[in-house]
Ligand binder design. Structure first.
Ligand SMILES: Cc1cc2nc3c(=O)[nH]c(=O)nc-3n(C[C@H](O)[C@H](O)[C@H](O)COP(=O)(O)OP(=O)(O)OC[C@H]3O[C@@H](n4cnc5c(N)ncnc54)[C@H](O)[C@@H]3O)c2cc1C
Length: 455
């Protein structure tokens, strides 16, 4: 924790650094210690501004259930501080090093999203560093409300949030989990919709909903209910592996903290690619190294340099295509998506998370979803054997299908959209207005350049 005064001093220093960086005429980027982006590329010449110390919680207002947090504070730090007050952010993305600013600008999601929407919907205000060398406050009302509503999905191309005020929610000590199995996608989707509408299952309140698709015809809904007492608690932070437990039992109990980070230990299940699910190697890794950020570093290294791929080529293996994506599809169109997915992509397993916009009356200009609809987020993060010489064939096919099914694709990973298509999907009209107002000299790369262009 730091004081408001300490924050103000750092803010002054950062503003000076920003103005010096603007003068260089080079695009501005962040210097920070962690990342959860999946688009490794050479950024060219950039001026980096140092935000490595903007990582603290400034204040937790337990009475009003809000917190003021620096923009690059990781959720691990935020959760640690808020749990001391019996509170947590209403939506906590699953990976410990995702930051509040990153989740808001990159449209995060979690199993409380069927109730509370996206992290940006839990925002009360932000202080944003803009491309014209200012720090401004953006709130749902007032002069900068256009930036408040245009910030989600702008990926630092309009400004960087350095302080955010967010809504918290009260927690109980434990989470009771119920795993429900389905073999039929229609019944699966129907129940997901019903549970999210009723916020109940068999007359019990439901606090968290997510799920898994292990293969075609093997689907699970996982319900979480916060409870004060638990008959036992399971531990998936070392020897046991959370995603496997869903197949093995119908009910489970975790502490609230272990529930929040249930996916981090094995980076969902992607730790398998680093050998960390082999019992012997797992011991060698040791409990403290089983963390998403460790695995991410190893994986990013391979994506950049492709050593394993070069060795595989020597042994005559076919080239691969990385397909690391999260997509949101209106629930009505999910049956068709599931059919397409297992026929065309078929990376297994798949994470499933329902989400709906919290306040139907609001418009988040750069990430517009139909506020009347429930969407299902499907997350899949691995590689497939290349189908053609085009090593983006599957990704492009997926983009086309998501558009056809009126869904939306997150932009934290590779994107291949043609420029015109991209701007139709992500609201060029509003984006250009915001860019002109808050970054007139293009100190920050624009959204298309950042998220689609290579090299
Ligand atoms: C395998 C995988 C699984 C994922 N699963 C989930 C998931 O389940 N739930 C979920 O919510 N998200 C998930 N994500 C996506 C993640 O939330 C986004 O990538 C998010 O933007 C990462 O935030 P970060 O704090 O790590 O920021 P970074 O990775 O450092 O940056 C992400 C982008 O945001 C910009 N940015 C960073 N900080 C700020 C700021 N303060 N203000 C403005 N712009 C900023 C950066 O310039 C960059 O363009 C997943 C990502 C991966 C790789």
């Amino acid at each position: 924790m730091i004081t408001q005064q300490e924050y103000n001093q750092k803010k002054k220093r950062l503003l000076q650094e920003l103005n010096s960086a603007v003068k260089t005429g080079q695009p501005i980027a962040l210097r920070k210690k962690t990342t959860n982006l999946f688009r490794p590329r050479d950024q060219g010449d950039v001026s980096r501004i140092d935000v490595t110390d903007f990582t603290h919680v400034i204040f937790v207002d337990a009475k009003n259930q809000t917190a003021e947090v620096e923009g690059m504070a990781t959720y691990e730090i935020i959760v640690q501080e808020t749990l001391k007050h019996g509170l947590m952010p209403a939506v906590v993305p699953q990976l410990k090093t995702i930051t509040l600013g990153g989740a808001v600008t990159g449209v995060g999601i979690e199993s409380s999203s069927f109730r509370y929407g996206f992290p940006h919907e839990t925002l009360l205000s932000m202080e944003i560093l803009t491309g014209d060398g200012r720090i401004i406050e953006a709130k749902p009302t007032g002069a900068n409300k256009d930036l408040f509503y245009g910030f989600p999905n702008s990926y630092g191309s309009l400004g960087y949030a350095i302080k955010l005020k967010i809504q918290l929610m009260p927690v109980k000590r434990y989470v009771k989990l119920t795993h429900i199995k389905y073999t039929d996608s229609k019944a699966y989707l129907k129940d997901l919709q019903k549970i999210c509408d009723d916020k109940k299952w068999q007359n019990q309140q439901v606090d968290f909903v997510d799920g898994m698709m292990y293969q075609r015809g093997e689907y699970y809904i996982v319900l979480g209910q916060m409870v004060d007492e638990a008959p036992y608690v399971s531990d998936y932070t070392y020897k046991n592996i959370y995603y496997k437990s869903i197949l093995e039992r119908t009910e489970d109990y975790l502490t609230i903290e272990d529930y929040i980070w249930r996916w981090d230990t094995d980076w969902f299940w992607c730790s398998v690619n680093m050998g960390a699910q082999n019992p012997i190697l797992r011991r060698l890794y040791g409990k403290d190294r089983l963390r998403s950020d460790r695995f991410m570093k190893i994986f990013n290294f391979e994506m950049r340099h492709g050593y394993k791929q070069k060795i595989d080529k020597l042994f005559g293996k076919k080239p691969i295509e990385f397909v690391i994506q999260d997509v949101e599809i209106p629930v009505q169109n999910c049956e068709e998506f599931i059919k397409y997915y297992f026929k065309t992509i078929n990376i297994r397993p798949v994470w499933v998370c329902p989400v709906r916009q919290l306040d139907k009356g609001k418009t988040w200009s750069l990430y517009g979803l139909d506020p009347s609809k429930l969407y299902i987020n499907f997350g899949f993060w691995s590689s497939v054997e290349a189908k053609t010489k085009d090593l983006a064939w599957h990704n492009k096919s997926l983009e086309a299908k998501v558009t056809e099914l009126r869904g939306k694709k997150s932009l934290y990973s590779s994107a291949y959209y043609d420029k015109n298509v991209f701007w139709k999907l992500y609201n060029s009209k509003e984006y250009n207005k915001l860019k002109k107002k808050y970054d007139p000299k293009s100190s920050f790369k624009d959204l298309y350049t950042k998220t689609v262009k290579r090299g």
